[in-house]
Design a protein around this ligand. Structure first.
Ligand code: C5P
Length: 302
């Protein structure tokens, strides 16, 4: 085998509750992730020793050195198995860069499953999740997919079984937002300083509504504590959010933004709303997404 193809999904957080920063400067979270059908595609070609990456689609301006999350993922996987094989990664990015949908984490997750196959490492799901957590807080969820409850810094996951289908209209901005900057603004607004241990508001009501499949209750429980700091950094985003909020069942900022996700009542309603918003907001990137969907997986081996 010398070439492996893999995909990994983007995400929205149906709820994202944030506590005061820990002493390691990460914020404790209580969150519900939903994987959506906007995918990063990675092809991994065997190399005798080098690890390298090229990016196409939305990723042309991203770093291709060791800061690249896919490169980090391949290096971390190789190091944990003590191997010397290399890989050339080609990533076709479809998820907006710095949009709050965990596109970089999806690159890393797809790379982990692709290289696990390419290098014939036979890493278990738990081993991959552990390596994923060392790369970034959202990487384990990009591996797992579906719906999950996340705690810690977002890396400790429990899957949620729920027979729900969500039809989203996503509105992106040309300029992304830096996740650390949004968390920093959150601390500023809340007057928070790092503390050894802190309580985080929980997401139990939403988890119960998901298990019960209660669509209107789910819609009423969408919440994101990073909305205020993201709006504070990007005032135009608040106006956009207000303008679209009443157009579906609910709207929510995706992760640390600036992507806004509008939840529609049905697939037809979402398709129609996407058309309308594309006309009304010609400068924004409007696209449809559906969730939940499966996590990172190998799609082809040559
Ligand atoms: O884990 P990841 O590397 O994706 O996080 C990027 C940055 O986002 C962190 O360096 C930190 O500033 C912020 N972050 C945070 N709390 C989290 C997750 C991320 O403060 N739970």
């Amino acid at each position: 085998m010398h070439k492996v193809f893999a995909t990994a999904p983007g995400k929205v957080n149906l709820a994202l509750r944030v506590g005061p920063p820990r002493t390691d400067s990460f914020h404790p979270l209580d969150t519900v992730f939903e994987a959506v059908d906007v995918y990063e595609s990675v092809s991994a070609t065997f190399d005798r020793s080098e690890i390298s990456v090229t990016m196409s689609g939305k990723g042309q301006d991203l770093p291709t050195d060791e800061q690249n999350l896919a490169v980090k993922a391949a290096m971390a996987l190789r190091a944990s198995f003590g191997g010397s094989d290399g890989v050339h990664l080609e990533i076709d990015k479809r998820i907006p860069v710095a949009g709050g949908m965990a596109g970089g984490s999806a690159d890393a997750a797809a790379t982990l499953v692709a290289c696990n196959e390419l290098w014939e490492l036979e890493a278990s799901a738990d081993e991959l999740l552990e390596i994923a957590a060392s790369i970034g807080s959202d990487v384990p969820f990009a591996l797992m997919g579906g719906l999950a409850h996340g705690v810690g810094r977002g890396e400790r996951l429990v899957p949620i079984n729920a027979d729900v289908h969500h039809y989203w209209v996503m509105i992106t901005a040309a300029d992304g937002l830096s996740t650390p900057a949004v968390f920093g603004e959150f601390d500023q607004i809340m007057g928070y300083r790092p503390v050894p241990e802190a309580l985080v508001p929980d997401t139990r009501d939403l988890q119960r509504a998901l298990a019960a499949g209660n669509a209107s209750e789910i819609a009423s429980l969408l919440i994101n504590d990073l909305e205020e700091p993201a709006f504070s950094l990007r005032p135009g985003l608040r106006a956009l959010y207000k303008a679209v909020k009443s157009r579906g069942m609910a709207a929510i900022l995706s992760g640390s933004g600036p992507t806004v996700a509008v939840l529609a009542e049905s697939k037809g309603a979402a398709d129609q709303l996407a058309k309308e918003l594309a006309t009304e907001h010609p400068d924004a990137g409007i696209f449809r997404a559906n969730g939940p969907v499966a996590g990172a997986r190998v799609t082809e081996v040559i």
